[in-house]
Design a binder for this molecule. Structure first.
Ligand SMILES: [Fe+2]
Length: 309
């Protein structure tokens, strides 16, 4: 009758790719979830602690000052996984942003549109504590320790919201294109351009400041190895960002980035997002260079079925 279950022998916790709670939510078709904090195992907390403690000196050395201020403002506990409601209590008064727990992949339009609404879809699982460098998909360390501190900065937050508005503009523009084939070609190209822009700024961006080159991209801010590599390695190509280059530049996700782009400030970043939208309206994103990233069926559908209220 009382068969011992695997969950008693070894609590599954909320580990990347090994979280029954997440699998169930996905089976139920639930994208937004409540963070079930009590499900985190001690091993999950240890993974957070190890990640956080080894990153701290690297952030102090390589992160831009806005990020460091953000880390301070959020009062993250270095030893325990963060509760999203605690994070939001500190975050919302600063910029109106909040972290919102999700069960997995968020299709492109929904993701970008969340930014417009100052909501950041946030992964709640964490990588295994014995695989700190192995990251098959985003986890809570990437999202909360890599992205969210940037959302405390007013100028950065405005650029992110502006980027979210571009997704709306894209969905509107594409809905007016006649001919299914042309419509799909243009939409695929616009999503590719937006994904590349996001990648080379929000995820892997560098910023030139009074104290030299610093990191503001969250992919770098959450990677112990790559944050140093991005700044120090002589083989990395670092160039002032050019919109026409970034939107036509393919990237690969499974190794350190060979090419990074530099902005001067978050005002500069905001201006680039404005330019991105202007180019979109002028049709200049309708036929960007082929190559990575791929645009999947779900991403396309999310734009075609977008609610444009
Ligand atoms: Fe990310």
């Amino acid at each position: 009758m009382n068969r011992p279950s695997a969950s008693i022998a070894s609590p599954p916790g909320l580990t990347t790719t090994e979280a029954p709670f997440i699998e169930q939510a996905q089976r139920d078709g639930k994208l937004y979830v409540t963070q079930p904090y009590e499900l985190y195992s001690e091993e999950n907390h240890q993974a957070w602690q190890k990640l956080y403690q080894r990153m701290l000196p690297r952030w102090q050395r390589y992160a831009n000052p806005h990020f460091l201020e953000g880390i301070g403002s959020l009062c993250l506990d270095p030893n325990r996984l963060p509760r999203l409601e605690d994070v939001n209590r500190f975050l919302r008064p600063l910029t109106g942003f909040r972290a919102k727990a999700v069960s997995g992949y968020v299709p492109a339009f929904l993701f970008f549109d969340s930014l417009r609404n100052r909501e950041f879809p946030t992964t709640i699982t964490i990588r295994r504590s014995d695989q700190l460098d192995y990251l098959p998909e985003p986890d809570i360390f990437h999202d909360i320790a890599g992205h969210v501190p940037m959302h405390t900065d007013k100028l950065f937050a405005e650029a992110l919201v502006r980027f979210g508005q571009c997704a709306h503009t894209a969905a509107e523009l594409v809905s007016g294109i006649r001919g299914r084939e042309t419509q799909m070609h243009c939409l695929t190209s616009i999503i590719k351009a937006m994904a590349r822009f996001f990648w080379f700024t929000i995820e892997f961006g560098l910023m030139r400041g009074a104290d030299g080159l610093k990191v503001y991209g969250s992919g770098l801010l959450s990677s112990y190895g790559e944050i140093a590599h991005a700044i120090e390695a002589p083989e990395v190509q670092r160039f002032p960002i050019k919109l026409e280059w970034a939107i036509n530049q393919a990237f690969e996700i499974h190794h350190y980035q060979p090419l990074l782009f530099i902005v001067d400030s978050f005002d500069h970043l905001f201006g680039l997002v404005d330019q991105l939208e202007a180019w979109m309206k002028a049709g200049k994103l309708n036929n960007v260079a082929p190559g990575e990233p791929g645009v999947n069926e779900e991403d396309l559908k999310s734009f075609l079925h977008a609610e444009l209220g």
